[in-house]
Each structure stands twice: as structure tokens, then as C-alpha cells.
Write a protein that binds this ligand. Structure first.
Ligand SMILES: [Zn+2]
Length: 102
């Protein structure tokens, strides 16, 4: 089973250019449908599906997140940065294509 977490994002959609707030999904940390915001401490350990299996060295991690634009309904990817267990930043990965057709 594929369980993910949520990250509240404000981002400019690379497909239509509209800036909006939405929920991205990501599959790292303890994956149990936790809702995070930037600045939150990511939980690594616990009972359930974990990616990676244990807290990475120093609590640093770089992962991906997936979002759908509320304005145009098309999808895009983001890169998420975790430093010392804190979700410090994210940015749109403009190089990576979404699944929904342009
Ligand atoms: Zn859009």
C-alpha cells in the first residue's frame, strides 16, 4: 500500500503560471497521511511505512512531492528540502513532466 503525507504549498504552476495554495503529496518520512507545512519537523520514526527506513544522517533529506494545480487541473512535481528534520523549503521541478497532458 502506498501511503503518503501532505505538504501545504504555495507555488506557481509551471503549466499555467497561476500562483495558488494547494496540497502536495510526498512519500518520505513516516508515511501516515500527516499534514505538514513549511517549517514543520518531519517525523521519521514510528510504526508504519517509512522512507527511508530510519532517520537519515543529520536529519537531512531531499525528496519529491506531487501536486495538482487548482487553477488548471494539471499536475507538476516539486523538490522538497529537509534540513535537521525541518521541512525548510520546496520548489517546483520545472524539468520534470507531469502525467496530465499539456
Ligand atoms: Zn495550472
Amino acid at each position: 500500500m502506498s501511503i503518503y503525507n501532505h505538504l501545504e504549498i504555495e507555488a506557481r504552476c509551471p503549466r499555467c503560471g497561476v500562483v495558488s495554495t494547494s496540497d502536495a503529496e510526498f512519500r518520505f518520512g513516516l508515511r501516515e497521511l500527516v499534514r505538514y507545512r513549511r517549517g514543520d519537523v518531519l517525523r521519521w520514526e514510528g510504526k508504519g511505512v517509512r522512507t527511508p527506513a530510519h532517520r537519515p544522517e543529520g536529519g537531512d533529506y531531499r525528496g519529491e512531492a506531487y501536486a495538482e494545480c487548482p487553477a488548471c487541473g494539471r499536475d507538476f512535481w516539486l523538490v522538497v528540502h529537509v534540513e535537521h528534520d525541518v521541512i525548510t523549503s520546496y520548489e517546483v521541478d520545472a524539468e520534470r513532466p507531469g502525467y496530465v497532458n499539456p
